[in-house]
Design a protein around this ligand. Structure first.
Ligand code: SAM
Length: 291
């Protein structure tokens, strides 16, 4: 009987036997802590009827736990050297399909149709490569895939920004984008000591519960995100000054002040104090005025 992949002993044995060398550029930090793995998997609320998409399985520490809970697991790994290792390690788990590829290039809708045709719901569960955390999460959310939860280990500061409420320095366009598509919750903080090799940063597990409908009514999503981005261009400036340089450079300040008044937003406020609701109102008013 084999020990779990994620025990330090078995992880080291697999790595040594295959002569595997970690690639820092691919964010390779493998989990070796049963307790943390248990928390990640529990947060996803999986059962036999559900599917899990894992991004970056490494040598399969988390994949094995997912296989024990979910009915179907698809694991996308970019590093070709890991594919034979994963195929060997996952041999006892026929419900796991290992796919070689860059998740950012994959047609995820096609993957969902091919892999998850007969499950009752799908969640993404992953210990993400930190160099591409935001692009991966934004791709998952913007493509509006039929997802229940996204439970991921990411850099602590990024997790805090995603979950931040208005009013603090962590709140910004990332908080707004994530909260437009999902409800974020911090599950736990994670020290570097639970990985080999250890990363240089603190980590956190975050759960995004994907929304069926956005929490606010936005008439044009692309324009809404443009207004949000522009409002945060210089955090220390007022919302009026940031918006003026982006949308009203040619016109007088009066139009801007009239539209802000219509959206019921004080020109002297800073973007970091505006709620999702207020940004939605503001972008709808701008759009209505033909901006
Ligand atoms: N899940 C494993 C664990 O917890 O031990 C490994 C996690 S490690 C932090 C991130 C993994 O993502 C690595 O195996 C790396 O090769 C893979 N990876 C990096 N960039 C990727 C990409 N664009 N698409 C798919 N996998 C990627």
């Amino acid at each position: 009987i084999l020990e779990d992949v994620s025990t330090p002993r078995r992880t080291k044995e697999i790595i040594a036997r295959h002569g595997f060398k970690f690639k820092k550029s691919l964010g390779q930090n493998f989990l070796i802590d049963q307790n943390i793995l248990g928390k990640i998997v529990a947060a996803a609320g999986l059962d036999e009827s559900k599917g899990a998409l894992e991004i970056g399985p490494g040598i399969g520490a988390l994949t094995e736990k997912l296989a024990q809970e979910a009915g179907k697991v698809a694991a996308v790994e970019i590093d070709r050297r890991l594919i034979p290792i994963l195929r060997e390690v996952m041999e006892p788990y026929p419900q796991v399909n290992v796919i070689q590829g860059d998740v950012l290039d994959l047609d995820l809708r096609a993957l969902f149709e091919a892999e998850f045709g007969d499950v009752s719901g799908v969640s993404v569960v992953a210990n993400l490569p930190y160099y591409v955390t935001t692009p991966i999460l934004m791709k998952l959310l913007e493509e509006k895939l039929p997802l229940e939860h996204i439970v991921v280990m990411i850099q602590k500061e990024v997790a805090q920004r995603m979950a931040a409420s208005p009013g603090g320095k962590e709140y910004g366009s990332l908080s707004i984008a994530v909260q437009y598509y999902s409800k974020p919750e911090l599950i736990c903080m994670v020290p570097p000591t639970v990985f080999i090799p250890q990363p240089n940063v603190e980590s956190a597990v975050i759960r995004l519960t994907v929304r069926d409908e956005p929490p606010v009514q936005v008439d044009d999503e692309a324009f809404f995100f443009e207004v949000v981005q522009s409002s945060f261009t210089q955090r220390r400036k007022t919302i009026a000054n940031n918006l003026k340089s982006r949308f009203f450079s040619g016109e007088g300040r009066e139009t801007l002040e009239r539209l802000l008044a219509e959206a019921e937003i004080e020109p002297s406020r800073r973007a970091e104090t505006l709620s999702l609701e207020e940004f939605a109102r503001l972008s709808n008013v701008f759009l209505g005025a033909g901006l």
